[in-house]
Ligand binder design. Structure first.
Ligand code: BTN
Length: 307
């Protein structure tokens, strides 16, 4: 939604407002006002025009719907179906985008971490955010942790008891089934990130039967929720956390399921077993092993039963 369209929506929300008055107020022609109103109607907004324009309803979901009332500076590009929101976001990033969210109802070729498959049926929240943080590539894990914290917050606000397994799997606290995953991709030079695409997949209004057995959904836990509000809370929390690494780490520790657990971590350098005792900037897991503390920057973590 461009700035003028946003001003029009705001004025309609405070309406009724006459076409000529609105045209004067935002400095466009009456024909342009009419075009904006028609475009909003096409996007699903209910605009009444009895005695002036008035916003009577917002669409349930979609780009304009998520942007409307969103307290974060993101533009949203919505698709009913797309191969992968991350792939589309990467294209936009290559074209210079910043602060753009690609959102889809369904993905046909979605990607998980470590080349794993990810299932993205209609009804989920499949979103990829393009950001250009002032970080070196080594600092990027904190962006992923911020997304995991933001996702956990949105799930908890929706009534789902969720927590984070290091580094960024969001699980149901009671049985450890997966509610959400995050795939971060980036481009940069040795000392400077050019862009980061943070892809977040949340099993929201989907049947657990349509997901792998190790996954669960919001629908299974608490019933369907309004995806528009869910995505807005997630994006707002993510934006608030970005740029404050200490706040991200504190919030991550508070939401963590891994700290205090006995874990096995598959790292590029081999396997490590011990107790997860802390997470340090930019997202390094500290594991107390029989041979002393070890720091893990990347890997796959499994929670083990206590010995
Ligand atoms: C994982 O846990 O393996 C990460 C899953 C990430 C899935 C999301 S859904 C939105 C975005 N688009 C993709 O193709 N993948 C990510």
């Amino acid at each position: 939604m461009n700035d003028t369209r946003r001003e029009v929506v705001r004025a309609l929300a405070d309406g009724p407002v006459g076409g000529p008055e609105l045209a004067d107020r935002i400095g466009v022609s009456r024909a342009a006002v009419w075009k904006h109103v028609e475009a909003l109607r096409e996007a699903g907004f209910d605009v009444e025009s009895d005695g002036g324009y008035r916003l009577a309803g917002v669409p349930e979901y979609g780009g304009a719907a998520v942007e409307y009332g969103l307290d974060a500076p993101y533009e949203v590009e919505y698709h009913d179906a797309v191969d992968s929101t991350n792939d589309r976001a990467r294209e936009l990033a290559d074209e210079g985008a910043d602060g753009v969210v690609v959102l889809a109802d369904e993905q046909t070729h979605s990607k998980g971490r470590l080349d794993r498959e990810w299932t993205s049926p209609s009804g989920g929240v499949w979103a990829s955010v393009v950001v250009r943080p002032a970080l070196s590539p080594a600092g990027v894990p904190v962006v992923t942790l911020a997304a995991a914290v933001a996702t956990t917050r949105a799930l908890r606000e929706a009534g789902v008891d969720a927590g984070i397994k290091w580094p960024n799997d969001v699980l149901a606290r009671d049985d450890g089934r997966k509610l959400a995953g995050i795939l971060t991709e980036m481009e940069g030079e040795a000392d400077r990130v050019n862009w980061v695409v943070v892809g977040v997949g949340v099993n929201v209004n989907v049947d657990a039967a349509d997901l792998p057995a190790t996954a669960t959904s919001v629908r299974e836990r608490v019933g369907d929720v309004e995806r528009r509000a869910f995505v807005q809370r997630l994006l707002e929390a993510f934006h608030d956390l970005l740029g404050d690494s200490d706040a991200v780490l504190d919030a991550w520790r508070e939401a963590a399921l891994t700290l205090g657990e006995r874990v096995r971590v598959e790292t590029p350098g081999g396997e490590l077993v011990g107790e997860a005792v802390d997470v340090e900037p930019p997202g390094t897991l500290v594991v107390a092993t029989d041979d002393g503390e070890r720091r893990v920057h990347a890997g796959d973590c499994e929670h083990l039963r206590p010995e």
